[in-house]
Design a protein around this ligand. Structure first.
Ligand code: MG
Length: 376
């Protein structure tokens, strides 16, 4: 029986459980400033009693170090249990306060994000509604772009991956640059050749270039391959450098950053400096759905679009409610993990992701027998 039918106005959160899983990548992965061979996901279930024996669970997750699971158990769980599952924002405020002396950005923010996502999902399941309907949707589907193109790939692997997304009808693809700037002009030209003339090509340097290098290379990327997106050409901590690049790249190239936004201060810093044409955010980092809703207001005030970073399964439902929405990053590594670990993952159609309205909450369920071998 759902909460509305039971006519209950408050439902206490009865428990949380958390587990980290570390899963090897399907090959070496690298971008302009980092290389990795495994990915850790921290999965939270939040519970509420709906009857004498029946219990409902919401699910949330973040991609971070397993230490976030310890933080959730030691610090967030005690403040969240007993709070009202129908008011996730209130739990979010309590979680923000309890980590004050730990530092809100970074691991604490990712831990809060995973719990917040689980609580919003729990609320939707208590109401027996899809999460997008609880949040309120302004669109039916989300445009995605294929993302991978790691600098660890051979040119053949790079071309095959990007061409694969183009063949699926995905209208834009993104590749990594910056590990070896001398090789980037050729790699970007190979990518354009692989996807043909009608698919948008985006590049992400993950902060690897300096300002002059970024400007010189972007001219070449536009000339050879008509790129339309330049992500973190320089470190997103260097908001002045980002703004300089933004103001000097050819028209038609959107400069973007924001994936390391853990709190509104980071986003404010980027916007205040005029550092970006499109802001990025990650619901598994920025404070969960509660944090994303706060940021949605900031984007509306600044008349700037938001592009959602990675973790497609976590972004699908809240993304449908964003008025200033650009696209969602369909990231190779996370797509693979989410398909492996969860039931209810939706597949793209013609470059869009749409939720299954028949599944309550975010529609996801952990496949425990698949996940258990990777438990940390
Ligand atoms: Mg990026």
């Amino acid at each position: 029986m759902n909460v509305v039918a039971a006519n209950r106005l408050q439902v206490p959160i009865s428990g949380l459980d958390v587990q980290a899983y570390t899963i090897p990548t399907d090959g070496p992965e690298a971008d302009g400033t980092l290389a990795w061979d495994s990915t850790t996901i921290v999965v939270v279930h939040a519970y509420a009693q709906t009857g004498h024996t029946e219990e409902l669970a919401g699910i949330g997750y973040t991609y971070t170090d397993a230490v976030a699971a310890d933080l959730i158990e030691s610090t967030l769980m005690p403040v969240v249990i007993g709070m009202d599952a129908l008011a996730p924002q209130r739990a979010a405020v309590a979680m923000d306060r309890v980590v004050r002396n730990l530092g809100r950005p970074g691991v604490a923010s990712m831990a809060i994000s995973a719990v917040d996502l689980a609580l919003w999902d729990l609320k939707a399941r208590l109401l027996d509604m899809p999460l997008y309907a609880v949040l309120g949707a302004v669109r039916d589907q989300l445009a995605i772009y294929g993302s991978g193109g790691f600098t660890s790939y051979t040119n053949t692997e790079l071309a095959a991956q990007l061409a694969g997304w183009a063949a699926q009808g995905i209208g834009a693809v993104k590749m990594k640059v910056g590990s070896d700037p001398a090789a980037d002009r050729d790699r970007v030209a190979i990518a354009r050749e692989a996807i043909g003339p009608n698919v948008e090509l985006m590049v992400d340097a993950n902060g690897a270039y300096n300002v002059k290098q970024a400007l010189a290379l972007t001219e070449r990327f536009v000339e050879d391959a008509q790129i339309c997106w330049l992500e973190e050409p320089v470190s997103s901590e260097d908001t002045g450098g980002m703004a300089f690049v933004r103001n000097h790249v050819p028209a038609g190239v959107d400069v973007a950053a924001g994936e390391y936004g853990f709190d509104l201060g980071h986003f404010h810093g980027l916007l205040d400096a005029g550092a970006v044409d499109v802001l990025q955010a990650d619901v598994t980092r920025c404070g969960g759905i509660t944090g994303l809703l706060r940021l949605a207001g900031v984007c509306a005030a600044h008349q700037i679009d938001l592009s959602l970073h990675c973790a497609p399964g976590a972004h699908l439902h809240p993304g449908l409610g964003l008025e200033r929405f650009k696209h969602l990053e369909y990231f190779h590594d996370h797509v693979r993990l989410e398909r492996m670990l969860f039931d209810g993952v939706v597949e793209p159609t013609g470059g869009f992701l749409a939720p299954d309205p028949a599944r309550p909450g975010n529609g996801l369920a952990l496949r425990r027998e698949e996940a258990d071998p990777y438990a940390v």
